[in-house]
Design a protein around this ligand. Structure first.
Ligand SMILES: Cc1ncc(COP(=O)(O)O)c(C=O)c1O
Length: 429
């Protein structure tokens, strides 16, 4: 999603922009071509719907590209379950969609056994529901631990909950070019802590937090941990069950290619499902939605996290991407993600004079996007969008390069960053 301060979306140009400079040095062009030739995932790129005039999409970490299969899925949904079956479709799959799709998501990308994942709402709403449920499940503990570098919605939701429940927010201030470390968490948690909320992959730096170690530290303090997986689901392998994670939420429009506004997901460990109670008590999360009863009685299991009518249409596109990820395998996706971000860093180091790489060099700690810093990037991003190269801008001066492994080629990265180089050097004005 784009900051309001970022440039307005350009209409996709019909053909390659005339003034596009793709005068890459031969060595760089050849290296990108060799990496593409060696890439076992390269054929998957052809499965995405074409975007006219696109030179390089460097924002797959914000809104994933649509798969061509999704076009057919959406059209046949209108004629099939919707037009042909109408309301009967609720009994023929729609009611179960949040948990059935949740189970698929759990299996393919989260490392979660069935019955612990649901697709619903937005990330923001699920963060609220789960964080409120978590602090209420630790009565007497007055502190929520979070970090100042987390995405605004995470911080804002916690500020609201702290005010609502009379709790204290204790902030970790991590290195902005990295992220929260186990040591920082250990220093922040204690007997007073109810909940720790962190992002697994930092939305700016791309730092991958040490999820297993931090989860253990939080548990040793007797608190619950809630992981925001927006930037990891579908790009960094996860093993939520094995790592003993309590709660996690994430969005599906980034690396899961669910489309704009596709619903979010929540994971609630089986062992906690009898212990927590989410605050948005709606009829669809009730034990018997169609009993139209006088009082709310929550459903057992993961269904209790649902509040209102499931966003069935919004759940369609991600099914195609989950199928593709399952076919490719998360290990191969991760390997390509690291190769792509490594290549982007290499180009930045060698060719983007005056640009600072503000992301971890260590592959183990690097997600699927990198942040580049330069004072001219607000202008450069606006100009790049007009020319079919699409990264995003994050204030004060960050150009974020998000590389979705199944839809991005090495040649695309080289072309995109070379155009950014030309724009930085004012060679295309
Ligand atoms: C880490 C993180 N959390 C949450 C969100 C967004 O929440 P929502 O899907 O409710 O807009 C984003 C969006 O980019 C994000 O990066």
């Amino acid at each position: 999603m784009t900051d309001p301060a970022a440039p307005a979306a350009p209409a996709a140009p019909a053909a390659l922009p005339e003034n596009l400079s793709l005068n890459l040095p031969d060595a760089l062009r050849d290296r990108a071509a060799a990496l593409d030739a060696d890439d076992p995932l390269a054929p998957y790129r052809a499965r995405f719907a074409p975007s006219d005039g696109l030179i390089a999409y460097l924002d797959g970490n914000s809104l994933g590209r649509p798969l061509a299969a999704t076009r057919e899925r959406l059209a046949s949904f209108v004629d099939g379950p919707w037009a042909a079956r109408l309301i009967r479709s609720w009994d023929e799959g729609w009611m179960d969609a949040p948990t059935e799709l949740g189970d698929t998501l759990g299996r393919v990308v989260l490392g979660a056994a069935a019955g612990q994942t649901v697709v619903a709402d937005s990330t923001t709403v699920l963060l609220y529901k789960l964080a409120r449920a978590a602090v209420d499940a630790r009565p007497g503990r007055r502190v929520i631990v979070a970090d100042t570098e987390n995405f605004p919605t995470d911080r804002f939701v916690l500020q609201g909950i702290a005010a609502e429940r009379g709790l204290e927010l204790r902030w970790i201030t991590p290195d902005a070019e990295a992220g929260v470390t186990p040591e920082e968490v250990a220093a922040a948690v204690g007997q007073d802590t109810a909940l720790v909320l962190l992002s697994h992959v930092a939305y700016k730096s791309g730092y991958v937090a040490d999820l297993p170690a931090i989860t253990r530290i939080v548990h040793d303090a007797g608190a619950l941990v809630l992981w925001d997986l927006c930037h990891s689901a579908g790009s960094v392998p996860l093993d939520l069950d094995a790592d003993g994670v309590d709660i996690a939420v994430g969005c599906t429009y980034k690396y899961l290619n669910g489309g704009p506004g596709s619903p979010a997901f929540a994971y609630l460990a089986a062992g906690l499902q009898g212990e927590v109670r989410q605050p948005v008590q709606g009829w669809m999360g009730a034990a018997e939605p169609f009993a139209m009863s006088a009082a709310y009685e929550p459903a057992t299991g993961i269904r209790q996290l649902i509040s209102g009518t499931p966003p069935v249409i919004g759940m369609l596109p991600m099914r195609d991407m989950l199928a593709l990820i399952e076919e490719a395998g998360m290990a191969a996706v991760r390997a390509k993600s690291l190769a792509l971000t490594g290549f982007a860093m290499e180009i930045a180091d060698e060719h983007l004079a005056g640009v600072h790489v503000a992301s971890p060099r260590d592959p183990e700690r690097r997600g699927s996007h990198i942040m580049l810093d330069h004072p001219d990037f607000r202008r450069v991003v606006a100009e790049a969008w007009e020319r079919g190269v699409v990264p995003d801008f994050r204030p004060p001066q960050g150009l974020r390069v998000g590389l979705s492994p199944l839809s991005t080629s090495f040649t695309e990265v080289a072309n995109g960053l070379w155009l950014i180089r030309d724009l930085l050097n004012n060679q295309l004005r």
